[in-house]
Design a protein around this ligand. Structure first.
Ligand SMILES: *[C@@H]1O[C@H](CO)[C@@H](O)[C@H](O)[C@H]1NC(C)=O
Ligand SMILES: *[C@@H]1O[C@H](CO)[C@@H](O)[C@H](O)[C@H]1NC(C)=O
Length: 261
């Protein structure tokens, strides 16, 4: 009697073979070498963003993938497994409904939460039942205001200005996006919390000073930054990050030149 079989994209595979592949993927830990690399894109994400855990250096002749939460191949922490021939995904105990395994092994996590922070391990199972694994790290931040590097589009502009020492100077902002949650101002050309001058939260109308604040800067509700009595030390680049309510942000950089009288 012939065994039943299921149709696949590559023809028909024996039903028992598929069942074996699935049970291997869900329960069995093969001899494993650590050669894969897993990269989180972006490396750190704001709550609510989608994150792709990308896989590099995949070996050939793979039968399937298994993704785990944590740094090891531990079936109790399995997120899901994926059989390449059938393009079927099988959820595991750590599956939250927001994960998708792509045919190239990458794991998409939708609408990440701070609880998703941690290590993720991919096991690639080869057709000779050897395994290849790799671990990557994901960080998710709840804070609107610090540390994360969100997707950035350059539309916003900060108007560069020349001033004389001792003057009050306003760094003006144009093309602010709508639906803003707040602003961060930084000394320098990048979004770097070590060089934060101040942040402003729209709802609370509250200014919080950062490490680069000299006590002479004020943020206006329209995003512009006022310097009182500029000095030569204030000379340089300044970057505004405008944060939207959907946690996306835009940034712009302007230059301040200060001349002696
Ligand atoms: C894998 O597939 C996803 C979805 O199509 C894609 O975004 C990603 O760039 C691909 N490559 C890698 C290396 O993850
Ligand atoms: C922003 O507010 C300040 C203070 O009220 C004002 O001087 C400035 O013209 C406003 N507009 C821009 C584009 O900075």
């Amino acid at each position: 009697m012939e065994s039943p079989s299921v149709p696949t994209r590559r023809g028909r595979v024996p039903w028992q073979g598929l069942l074996l592949a699935v049970s291997l993927l869900t329960s069995w830990s093969p001899p494993t070498t650590a050669q894969l690399t897993v990269e989180s894109v972006p490396p750190s994400a704001a709550e609510g963003e989608d994150v792709l855990l990308r896989v590099h250096d995949l070996p050939g002749f793979l039968a399937g993938y298994v993704w785990f939460k944590g740094e090891s191949v531990d079936s109790s922490r399995q997120i899901a497994s994926y059989v390449i021939d059938t393009q079927q995904m099988y959820p595991g105990p750590e599956y939250s409904g927001r994960e998708t395994i792509h045919p190239n092994g990458s794991l998409l996590l939708q609408k990440v939460t701070p609880k998703d922070t941690g290590y993720y391990t991919l096991l690639g199972i080869k057709r000779n039942f050897q395994g290849d694994k790799g671990t990557g790290q994901l960080r998710v931040y709840r804070s609107l205001l610090i540390f994360w590097s969100p997707p950035i589009t350059q539309q916003l502009t900060v108007v560069s200005i020349d001033a004389t020492e001792g003057e009050d100077v306003l760094l003006r902002v144009h093309n602010l996006p709508g639906d803003l949650a707040g602003y961060n101002w930084f000394k320098g050309e990048c979004v770097d919390s070590n060089h934060e001058i101040a942040s402003y939260v729209m709802d609370a109308q509250e200014i919080t000073c950062g490490p680069a604040n000299s006590g002479r800067e004020t943020i206006y509700p329209n995003g512009s930054l006022l310097f009182q009595k500029v000095t030569q030390e204030d000379m340089g680049y300044y970057t505004l990050q405008a944060i939207k309510r959907n946690f996306q942000s835009e940034k712009g950089t302007g230059r301040l030149r200060v001349y002696r009288e």
